[in-house]
Design a binder for this molecule. Sequence first.
Ligand code: HEC
Length: 457
Amino acid sequence: MSKKFLFIGFVILIAGIVIALFWNKKAAKENITFTEHIAPIIYKNCVSCHAENGAAPFPLLTYKQVSKKAKTIAKVTKLRYMPPWPADPGYSHFVNEKYLTDEEIETLQIWVKNGKPEGPDIPLPKYEKPNYISAIGKPDLTLFLDSVQLFPDLRDRFFLIKIPGKIAQDTFVRAVEFIAGEPDLVHHFNGHLLLFAPDAKKNLWEGDLKTEISAGEYEKDFEKLKLLNDDGTKPFRIHSAVNYLPGVFGTSYPDGIGTFRISSNFIFVGNDLHYGPSDRKVWDKSRINLFFTSKAPERATSEIMLGTNGVSKIEPPLKIPAGKISKHITRFKVENDISVLTVNPHLHMLGKSFLAYAIKPNGDTIPLIRIPEWDFRWQYFYTFQHMVPIPRGSEIIAEAVFDNTTSNPNNPNKPPKEVGERLEFGGASMRATDEMFQFIITYTDYRRGDDSVSLQR
Ligand code: HEC
């Protein structure tokens, strides 16, 4: 008898707890306010681009600004269109990664549904204004790009551009930084660095400083820039010495890692300098900042480039039939113990998804990066939060899926055409007729304890 009562009592107690928790949670949901809950999410994930004069088209700094855009914010966060972060955070983690948890997305939805309450008058999170002169410090040398005039024609434009430089003597570079003149219009800059031996090229400025990429004329466009040595041979090239995407300010590693030697005569080649659709008539004046050091690097970095133009074959070869979805793989065996710092997957408009990992000699898998839905507009150089050691004898494997059907809204060919890759000195550009499949790895020689070396600056 008493056992039965005890049991009933127990059931009532549990039900009470469940109801209390439920009410509590409901109350918490009803009490979501801008100052207490929404501002911390926005300041952490959005204001690096959504600031005054930022890379995004409007700022999201105040209650008024966020409240005005609230409905669209709810929509684009739910779709995971914003913040733009194509890499899967469930697979690997990177410096400055920006993504919202399911709970944060729900918080935003409920706040909008509840009528966007502002909440108590408490200070907003701390916010450092982006520095449009330099995010690193005082540059030792600033090179201006030849200005580009943009028009209110609402179309994407792609340029090849060269930025010659001369310094008194060879030295080391500890960081390179691209600063967009018009941050909401410059969408992407990828710059290789050409280093010339003394007297190999008399006039770095000969030829055109820039040319707009015209479909199918890439070789001719490139030729106009006159980038070869005077005797027709190729200068030494450092691939992707500087990269820019909205909200990203140069890759730079902790002190002592990743400096390189620069010769006294050099040329940065931007392929591409990509502008998003412009709504105004304006001259863009972008810049490259260089930071020198007299010290040789304690830990030099190198690159491995898999795939197009790189060290490993693509299988099957990159010919993507019209109307088809096709998967291609490239593999590379690592000969030394290395520690990976940064990875950059690169495809063009037909890209659908991307996956890269390493298989150790003992069969274990080291996850590198997974991009479930390729977005050609957001091709970050992803720096790991900690160095990722890969032992010698491992195989690095990258898999890319391409969608050359009409259901790919970015397919440049309507109707779809067979698309292949083209190999060339400058690196293929975003031409409608060409695809690329590259996986670029920046690494340094392995040292014990590297897996706990933080790459957060
Ligand atoms: C890396 C830069 C960057 C970050 C970070 C970023 N945005 Fe954006 N956002 C942009 C750019 C660029 C555009 C305009 C082009 C586009 O729509 O892709 C944009 C557009 C938008 C739009 C308009 C979309 C439309 O369809 O009109 C909204 C709303 C938005 N962002 C909200 C957010 C929110 C909320 C966050 C943070 C949770 C965020 N963004 C983070 C760069 C960024």
